[in-house]
Design a binder for this molecule. Structure first.
Ligand code: FYN
Ligand code: ADP
Length: 558
């Protein structure tokens, strides 16, 4: 048995049956042999998107997604996705071929020479190199455990070219493989931490629950819902936790977000960090007053990262929520009616405002009229996955399009990264076998657009809608120097992104009205053919940096 087969058998033994990657020296044969061994190999046009697909597959399946790349440049292309996966707590393993240690360490200038292990280390959760065929089983096992246990994240596995032709007797090789037992063991919270949290929650006058994508990842959907419902506490979902409970749930306070963040006195975080997306737990967003926080998280060091956590509950979300539920019981007091009434009032006011905005039908379309179509499609097909990136396209979609099922919304995540769209769409289509709708800003799509060929090659049921307003944020900026070049944020006007999909045999549609958009999306979903819809959006629509203007010094000044 040679190194190629040992790697493949080690993956198979652990139920890892799909490789997202891009062939080349020295791993071309590994991709061929993988297909022969019955693994699914999804080959991309650029490693970053293969890496993004592996990361999303990890989030969706709770198994590490595998990305395979060539050495140096391919590795570096995959590294952005590995770092992003780690930042988002998604389990993935980046496996890269590399050149010979002897030459790399003496810096003698090998083909694609690079000390990949050293470079990967600070950007992921763990990094390993395997030098001998008999260690492949252990190397893969360590990578799986590191990716899945505790806080999930990205792992780098370095496989030098010389490893692959090494051979072992077949039975020795098989014996060297490791089937990982219980890679993410349940971690029960300490009973006193549960007691402390329940005491604080019971004392609250204006309690709030925030659900994060860690709660979605945990696949403890029923328990989370039961806890929210048993306490009767209003909740808001972070972006990728939308749908964990249906956005139409009576206790959802998403439409009163600013109000509940400002007014709540006790806030229970379930799988959400107090990072920039929650204004670090302090300041104006939080009403300027100190809150008391309960935080449920698997990472003990997350506690007190931004503000004091009064009641940390450390463990896996399934176990923590089960323990809390036991303490809540059937006679848990409802939150004060005054609080529930005030939240309901703000919510209804914002819902009415939103309904009025969505009822307008301007020409050209704006974000709202186009997204009203998407909102209705997702309402009718709650089982499809929605992938979403951009600035305005992201922010408007998040608040306009309700989600109904867990883990059906994939977006730019913790870094607000652009270019995840096509990789995430591929992973969603491959792992769910169901249609995917990717709502893409025209700028965001530019980072990954070539992967439409990948969608066509594998005939994946992905419908991409490019919100085309002729530029980054909008298409009307002027060159401040008065020269012939367009402004840095402006693209070719009236571009036809739909033609890109047609070039590879998929369906392309130009949609200028909500009616045309609705028809095209529904047809794409019904037939499952890769489709790209160029949605023509008013080029004056859109604000600089969407709803995070406060982070952009130039926009904040305007
Ligand atoms: C939300 N809202 C609604 C609804 N849902 N109104 C009516 N109906 C529904 N269903 C309201 C909500 O109460 C807010 O109004 C507003 O819509 C926006 O809600 P959202 O989107 O939940 O909240 P907000 O403030 O934008 O969220 C902050 C954030 C978010 C930081 C979590 O902006 C975010 O995830 N940003 C990521 C941005 C990013 O990564 N961009 C990529 C880089 S782009 P009020 O309550 O009245 O405030 C580079 O330029
Ligand atoms: P969001 O962006 O939705 O707010 P974050 O990515 O900031 O979510 O936070 C997710 C949190 O969930 C991380 O702190 C991570 O440690 C935690 N987490 C991930 N998986 C689990 C799990 N199975 N059990 C408990 N906590 C988890």
């Amino acid at each position: 048995m040679d190194g190629f087969h040992l790697v493949l058998e080690a993956l198979k033994l652990n139920g890892l049956d799909t490789i997202y990657g891009l062939p080349g020296i020295p791993i071309t044969d590994l991709t061929r042999l993988a297909q022969r061994a019955g693994l699914r190999v999804i080959s991309f046009r650029h490693e970053q998107h293969a890496g993004n697909a592996a990361a999303a597959a990890g989030f969706l399946t709770k198994k590490p997604g595998i990305c395979l790349t060539v050495s140096a440049p391919g590795f570096l292309n995959g590294l952005t996705a590995l770092a992003n996966a780690t930042t988002n707590c998604f389990p993935m393993i980046l496996i890269s071929g590399s050149s010979e240690r002897e030459i790399v360490d003496l810096q003698q200038g090998d083909y694609e020479e690079m000390d990949q292990l050293a470079i990967a280390k600070p950007l992921c959760k763990a990094a390993f190199r395997v030098l001998h065929a008999q260690d492949i089983g252990v190397g893969v096992a360590r990578a799986i455990r590191a990716a899945l246990s505790g806080r999930p994240g990205g792992v780098y596995l370095d496989l030098p070219a010389k490893l692959f032709p090494q051979t072992l007797d077949a039975h020795v090789g098989r014996q060297s493989l490791v089937q990982v037992v219980d890679p993410a063991p349940a971690q029960w919270p300490a009973p006193e931490s549960v007691h402390r949290a329940l005491g604080l929650l019971r004392s609250a006058r204006r309690p709030l629950i925030i659900l994060g994508k860690g709660a979605a990842y945990a696949q403890a959907d029923d328990a989370v819902r039961a806890l929210v419902e048993a306490t009767g506490i209003p909740y808001i979902p972070m972006s990728m936790a939308k749908g964990l409970l249906p956005d139409t749930h009576a206790q959802s306070a998403a439409a009163a977000r600013s109000y509940v963040l400002q007014e709540a006195d006790v806030v229970m975080l379930i799988g959400a960090r107090l990072n920039w997306l929650l204004s670090h737990g302090k300041g104006k967003t939080w009403g300027g007053a100190a809150k008391r926080f309960i935080q449920i998280d698997i990472a003990p060091t997350e506690m007190d990262s931004n503000v004091a956590i009064a009641a940390p509950v450390v463990g896996d979300i399934g176990s923590c929520v089960a323990a809390l539920l036991e303490g809540v019981g059937a006679d848990w007091p409802r939150p004060p009616a005054e609080w529930l009434g005030a939240v309901q009032e703000r919510k209804e006011r914002n819902l009415a405002k939103m309904a009025a905005t969505l009822a307008v039908n301007p020409f050209p379309m704006n974000f709202h009229s186009a997204l009203n179509v998407v909102r209705n499609v997702v309402r009718d097909r709650p089982d499809i996955t929605l992938v979403n990136e951009g600035a305005n396209t992201l922010d408007f979609t998040r608040s306009i399009v309700d989600m109904y099922q867990p883990r059906k919304r994939l977006d730019v995540g913790t870094w607000g990264i652009m270019g995840i769209g096509m990789g995430f769409a591929v992973a969603a289509a491959v792992t769910t076998g169901k249609p995917v709708l990717a709502i893409e800003g025209d700028s965001a799509f530019g980072f990954c657009g070539m992967e439409v060929e990948t969608l066509c090659r594998y005939n994946l049921p992905v419908c991409v809608v490019v919100f085309n307003n002729n530029g980054v944020y909008k298409g009307t900026d002027k060159n401040l120097g008065g020269g012939a070049d367009v402004a840095p944020t402006v693209f070719v006007k009236g571009a036809r992104y739909d033609k890109m999909m047609e070039a590879f045999g998929g369906a392309g549609v130009n949609a200028a009205t909500p009616g045309e958009l609705d028809k095209a999306i529904r047809e794409a979903i019904a037939c499952g053919r890769p489709t790209l819809i160029n949605a023509v959006i008013d080029e004056t629509a859109g604000t600089e940096s969407g709803r995070i203007t406060n982070l952009n010094p130039a926009a904040a000044k305007k």
